[in-house]
Design a protein around this ligand. Structure first.
Ligand code: HBI
Ligand code: FE
Length: 276
């Protein structure tokens, strides 16, 4: 049966019931295998706040979590909740959910043949990758601010610029910590290969966070990143979303886009990659 078809038809806001009781033991076993593998590779690689979120929410290797149980803890902590969706939802729906502290998580899980990579997010990418940091108050505020910003960007026709900010932070961001460089991006923490590559490979660039610079920079969705951007703290990231972006979009309109591998003279380059 097609993965998405197994769940009920979506409502107007594209949410569906997770239908947790309908998951098969094979599907729970896929989660178990993915969870065990990532738990090993993320030791000394994932940022501590991510690991704290995993522990606080009780996301474990027992099988695909029941969103209702996660939501009890998550709502109490940061006001966020997970809503089940069949997959990628339209941008306006996506941003409206985020602005209201609802994270749209795909309900289906990948097959055994897709263990290392899949194009669309599944429940492991969304729940293991994105949800733990929603238990962190500052990151939770950033994600809600991103949702509000997305609704404004849509109205200004600036969505492509803002999507790059999401991509190079929420999905593929790195963070400096006293213990060293760590991962917080969901696309990295949910990927075995990229969890190692992002921190340890000489291939990609690692550049200090610069908001306008990031919003100029294209990205690839089908391979490891050629550049990673590094923040100093979640407070820094949240602070960057406080200004109104309208003037940023006006400045960007007269700036050329950058390729994923470009390095600018004004960049603070932490590592100059040898090429992906
Ligand atoms: N829908 N379910 C889901 N998950 C996403 O991460 C997502 C989406 N729709 C749009 C989207 N992401 C991005 O294109 C926006 O952040 C721009
Ligand atoms: Fe994602």
């Amino acid at each position: 049966m097609a993965q998405a078809a197994k769940h009920a038809a979506p409502r107007a806001d594209h949410t569906i019931d997770q239908a947790w009781d309908d998951y098969t033991s094979e599907e729970h076993d896929i989660w178990r295998r993915l969870f065990e593998r990532q738990s090993t590779v993320l030791v000394d690689r994932a940022v501590q706040e991510f690991l704290d979120g995993i522990d606080f929410l009780g996301i474990a290797g027992g099988g695909i979590p029941d969103f209702r149980r996660l939501n009890d803890a998550l709502m109490a902590r940061t006001g966020w909740q997970i809503v089940a969706v069949p997959g990628l939802v339209p941008d306006d729906i996506f941003f409206d959910h985020l602005a209201n502290r609802r994270f749209p998580a795909t309900a289906w899980i990948r097959t055994g043949e897709q263990m290392d990579y899949l194009q669309e997010p599944d429940v492991f990418h969304d729940v293991f990758g994105h949800v733990p940091l929603l238990a962190n108050p500052v990151f939770g505020d950033y994600m809600a601010a991103y949702g509000r910003g997305g609704l404004k960007a849509l109205k200004l026709g600036a969505l492509e610029k803002l999507a790059r900010l999401y991509w190079y932070t929420v999905e593929f961001g790195l963070i400096q910590t006293p213990a060293g460089l760590r991962i917080y991006g969901s696309g990295i923490v949910s990927s075995k290969g990229e969890s190692v590559f992002a921190l340890e490979s000489p291939a990609p660039n690692r550049i200090s966070f610069d908001l306008l610079r990031i919003m100029r920079t294209n990205y690839r969705i089908d391979d490891f990143q050629e550049s990673y951007f590094v923040i100093d703290s979640f407070e820094q990231l949240f602070g960057e979303t406080l200004p109104d972006f309208t003037d940023y979009y006006r400045q960007l309109a007269s700036m050329d886009d950058l390729t994923p591998s470009d390095i600018l003279a004004q960049d603070t380059v932490l590592h100059r990659g040898i090429g992906v």
